[in-house]
Design a binder for this molecule. Structure first.
Ligand code: AMP
Ligand code: MG
Length: 501
């Protein structure tokens, strides 16, 4: 089948490095160019990120940027590929998934010397598209832009948003929708599913090459360890434990924690039906396809561990020549995940409560507060943020007023204050530190939906731009942006989110 090809432009002054993933065996990827689109238009470019990546985009006009980030024009050095991967989706193994609508253009080197992947998402069909059209709709592109940049501003490892464009074409989902392309930046797009895919290929060589690639790129200190594969597994376990704990601290629900959506880099990746919880409840699920609640807020830690077990299985032959010993090493690492997660979760919970020292009853104190939130359907983000005020001004009633039956809160607050008083930290300093552990602004689902509706319905990107702006400073009160800090009114609540695939 013949397909239109993008033109190559050497004259833009923009040069990418070739993807290091392309050096892996050919069975692991496909060389494929984006399929050009009819009328690309720029929605937004992330100038700050472009500068960090040393990409000279500031001098380019909106039309040139739209051509570049739609894939109509390839920058010099680009040698585009689609990556192969497998994955466990909702627990069932799918031997071949892969980039069905994403194309890795190349890499950029940041000022600190680190290399980052530049990937288009929604850029046309590839060998891995199966029945899909290779395209993305505007809504999911805006959602990924908003939420991934918000995660970054919250200090949580994540892929980033470099650009978003509309294509001028329609994509057919349940309804016809405007098409768009998202440009994603990641320390690496290698997933647990990439290892599962390599492990299915004959003779073990692709898997060994992949291990070498990931160590080189993401875990260079593993190179000199007695067992580099074990050191790699330990590194991934620790980054994932930390990542999922950070999600839990801000009420983030990934929504589709399939193994193909878990990155070896420890970055949050693949923002599909993701959402932030409003009222605290560990059983919260938004994703329309997660009918069993497998990926509910409170299930995320055990699911991460389950996914890491799938990664560990692929690495068994490299962990030890004796299969039993290999299994035992892998099991130790999975137990290590549980320990790391508990430590990291508790560490962040203390910070949220304003505690600077570690004491025996801290976890119980934090859990009692969470139980009160759950029983009385209190907004998670707002409750912790208002707790900062209560730390500063004991007479403040703002957090207390969130509870329908405040006596429960009062009893808890007596113990909390006793615990705070034992630390001797000045109240102003404590409250200030707490404000950096308890964001005021998160990407509230109803506001994300509102921004998408305005863009999709009226071509008005104002609410989207404002959301990106507010969320770039999630810890600072921003006068005039009060409504961005509020939970949804009953009629604004969003119960379901969609992958948009
Ligand atoms: P996701 O739900 O975005 O993680 O995607 C799961 C798998 O489906 C990946 O292999 C995607 O590349 C593929 N996929 C999702 N949407 C499309 C689409 N519109 N066209 C082709 N492949 C797709
Ligand atoms: Mg995915």
């Amino acid at each position: 089948m013949s397909r239109p090809t993008p033109s190559l432009r050497e004259s833009l002054g923009l040069t990418l490095l070739p993807s290091s993933f392309a050096q892996l065996p050919p069975a692991m990827h496909e060389r494929v160019a984006p399929t050009p689109v009819s009328r690309p238009a720029l929605i937004r470019i992330n100038d700050a990120l472009a500068a960090e990546l040393q990409l000279p985009l500031a001098a380019l006009g909106a039309d040139v940027l739209a051509s570049l980030f739609s894939g109509n024009v390839l920058p010099a050095g680009a040698a585009p590929i689609a990556m192969g991967y497998a994955g466990h989706q909702f627990g069932g193994f799918v031997p071949q998934l892969g980039d069905g609508r994403a194309i890795l253009l190349g890499e950029a080197q940041a000022g600190d010397g680190r290399r980052y992947d530049i990937q288009l998402k929604g850029s046309g069909r590839t060998r891995y598209s199966r029945r899909g059209d290779g395209r993305a709709a505007l809504g999911p592109v805006l959602r990924e832009y908003v939420v991934s940049e918000a995660m970054h501003a919250l200090g949580i490892p994540t892929t980033r948003a470099l650009a978003a464009v509309t294509t001028g074409e329609t994509v057919q989902r349940e309804l016809p929708l405007p098409g768009a392309i998202f440009t994603r930046v990641a320390a690496s797009h290698v997933r647990v599913g990439t290892f599962e895919f390599a492990a299915t290929l004959p003779d073990g060589q692709p898997l060994r090459a992949l291990v070498g690639h990931v160590i080189e790129r993401l875990y260079p200190s593993a190179r000199t360890e007695a067992s580099p594969a074990l050191a790699l597994l330990r590194g991934v376990v620790e980054r994932q434990a930390s990542l999922v704990a950070r999600w839990m601290h801000v009420g983030f629900i990934h929504g589709v924690m399939n193994t193909d959506n878990m990155a070896l880099s420890g970055e949050t990746i693949d923002f599909g039906p993701c959402a932030f919880m409003d009222a605290y409840d560990p059983a919260t699920v938004f994703s329309a396809i997660d009918t069993q609640g497998r990926y509910a807020y409170g299930n995320q830690p055990p699911i991460a561990q389950w996914n890491l077990a799938r990664l560990a299985e692929t690495l068994l032959p490299l962990l030890d020549p004796d299969p039993e010993r290999a299994v035992s090493l892998a099991e130790d690492m999975l137990a290590h995940f549980a320990t790391c997660f508990r430590e990291r979760w508790l560490w962040g919970l203390r910070a949220k409560l304003g505690l600077t020292r570690a004491e025996e009853g801290d976890l119980a104190l934090g859990e009692r507060f969470l139980t009160l939130l759950q029983q009385q359907h209190v907004d998670f983000t707002l409750a912790f943020r208002r707790l900062c005020e209560a730390a500063d001004a004991p007479a403040s009633l703002s957090v207390r007023s969130l509870f329908e039956a405040p006596e429960g809160f009062d009893a808890w607050a007596v113990d909390w204050r006793r615990r705070l008083d034992a630390e001797g930290v000045p109240a102003v300093d404590r409250a200030q530190a707490m404000r950096y552990a308890n964001p005021l602004y998160i990407p509230r689902n109803h506001l994300v939906e509102e921004a998408i509706a305005a863009a999709q319905g009226q071509g008005d990107f104002g609410p989207f731009a404002e959301l990106v702006e507010v969320l770039s400073r999630p810890f600072d009160g921003q006068p005039g942006r009060e409504r961005h800090a509020l939970p949804p009114q009953p009629d604004q609540r969003v119960f379901r989110t969609y992958c948009g695939t």
